[in-house]
Design a protein around this ligand. Structure first.
Ligand code: MN
Ligand code: MN
Length: 468
């Protein structure tokens, strides 16, 4: 046997036995890249209109209605092909496309979250100090606090009044809107601050937001700058200071989603975690017609703070709905769940070459290598996670290969490096097969996170294939 033949035999055996060599964009067709660029435009518009969960729900309802979904009516019986949506407390939405199979054959869930880390106002937020008006905040979710100083912030949310009415507030998104910011100490005087570890250099109680500096008038009264702000808020929204108690107001980065890179291959934005999965999950429901199994996309709130509360994944919201549609068909809800399958649509940490030591390279996800399957998350020895079964992992990788969807597998960083969680375990606790599948993100939880356009598109194709 000559040497050349020997090499090709070796190469063939490697091809057969080695883990398939995950390739980057060289393995993605130019057609897929063009489709990805087009899909990204809709995503960026969604991001700019859905910075907080209430806005994400309202925007999703609009998209659903434009695509033939109607609001679920519990007095009606639905047939295969019917398309409905259910909103829970304005912060949580389910889109349902009824399938041809009976419900006790199981349903297909794609579940993503629509809350992102940010600075929430405290219940009594407004104060004046040294002729400056400020808001006290309590940060929401895992943030590196220093990243939230000296960037433009916009105020989003809702104020509820005692008479039951509400007013929505959005300030800082239009070019001519004012915006807000958290100040930081100048480097010249930061000798002491600079000696502190990152976690201590900016204290949570120092994330105070600058919102005004002019007094109401030249009277001798105290707190005139605060009074001026309250007067502006009262004239515009009818808000008095006590109304902050019954409000959900939050500060988010004021900038819009932007292309990143000379080649425009990536998107930089606030809130990729987890709208980069929520949007493709939403669009895959929208573009699913007459599926075999009932397809349900759920967009949940509160994931970033543990999925607690009645709009988080630990709420009985989804279970109650499944029970209701099962009972209408003379079935038990638990039978539906027992046979159901779920893609927990959440992001993973994309490998960052600048911080390579935080990652184990054989088990990291990389941007531009496609949608990432995460068998388990958790921390400190697989604590607090659902570890997907071997059988379900096999089923999902078979589906992705069959559909020629670019995919990779990833863990969340090094074993003892830290960790995190997703909604997967709460779904698994209902006896549903579940695995995490989503998009790798650079600078996760930062005000400006980065993702790849083709990874976003592969996530869409994966959810769509799963539903079909
Ligand atoms: Mn997430
Ligand atoms: Mn997160």
């Amino acid at each position: 046997m000559d040497n050349e033949k020997e090499t090709s035999k070796t190469a063939q055996l490697k091809e057969k036995l080695f883990v398939r060599n995950v390739k980057g964009l060289q393995s993605v067709s130019s057609d897929d890249i063009a489709q990805a660029d087009e899909f990204a435009k809709g995503y960026m518009t969604f991001l700019n209109h859905a910075k907080i969960e209430r806005e994400a729900v309202a925007t999703s309802v609009q998209i659903a209605r434009e695509n033939g979904f109607t609001e679920y009516d519990s007095t009606k019986n639905y047939q295969a092909g019917d398309r409905v949506y259910v909103v829970n407390r304005k912060k949580n939405i389910m889109l349902v496309v009824f399938g041809r199979q009976p419900l006790d054959k199981g349903v297909r869930f794609a579940i993503a979250h629509i809350d992102s880390p940010r600075l929430d106002l405290k219940p009594n937020p407004l104060y004046e100090t040294n002729e400056l008006a400020m808001f006290k905040t309590h940060y929401y979710g895992g943030i590196k606090k220093y990243q939230w100083t000296t960037i433009p912030l916009a105020l989003h949310g809702t104020v509820a009044f005692k008479d039951g009415s509400t007013v929505n507030v959005t300030v800082g998104e239009e070019d001519n809107d004012p915006c807000f910011c958290v100040t930081d100490l100048l480097p010249h005087l930061s000798r002491e601050q600079a000696t502190q570890p990152l976690s201590k250099a900016i204290a949570g109680e120092n994330l105070n937001v600058l919102i005004g500096s002019r007094p109401f008038d030249d009277s001798k009264e105290a707190e005139l700058v605060k009074l001026n702000i309250l007067n502006i808020l009262f004239e515009k929204y009818g808000i008095t200071e006590e109304d902050f108690l019954s409000a959900e107001l939050t500060l988010v980065p004021a900038f819009k989603a932007r292309d990143i890179g000379f080649d425009r291959s990536m998107i930089g934005a606030y809130g990729h975690d987890d709208k980069v999965c929520a949007y493709p999950a939403l669009m895959s429901a929208v573009n699913t017609y007459n599926p075999e199994y009932t397809a349900i996309t759920i967009l949940v709130d509160k994931e970033e703070i543990g999925s607690d509360g009645n709009t988080g994944m630990q709420s009985a919201f989804m279970e109650h709905f499944i029970n209701e549609i099962a009972e209408k068909n003379g079935l038990k809800g638990y039978k539906v769940l027992d046979n159901s399958k779920c893609l927990s649509a959440d992001v993973n940490a994309g490998f960052d070459p600048t911080y390579s030591s935080a990652f184990e390279q054989n088990n990291s996800s990389y941007i531009n290598r496609g949608v990432v399957i995460t068998k388990y998350t958790g921390s400190g020895g697989k604590y607090d996670t659902s570890d997907a079964s071997a059988e379900y992992m096999a089923e999902i990788r078979n589906l992705l290969d069959k559909e020629n969807i670019q995919w990779q597998s990833g863990e969340l960083g090094k074993v003892d490096g830290g960790g995190g969680g997703t909604i997967a375990k709460y779904v698994a606790n209902l006896n549903v097969d579940v695995v995490d599948l989503g998009v790798p993100v650079l600078s996760m939880h930062a005000p400006l996170e980065v993702i790849s356009k083709t990874d976003l598109y592969m996530a869409y194709r994966a959810f769509k294939a799963f539903f079909q």
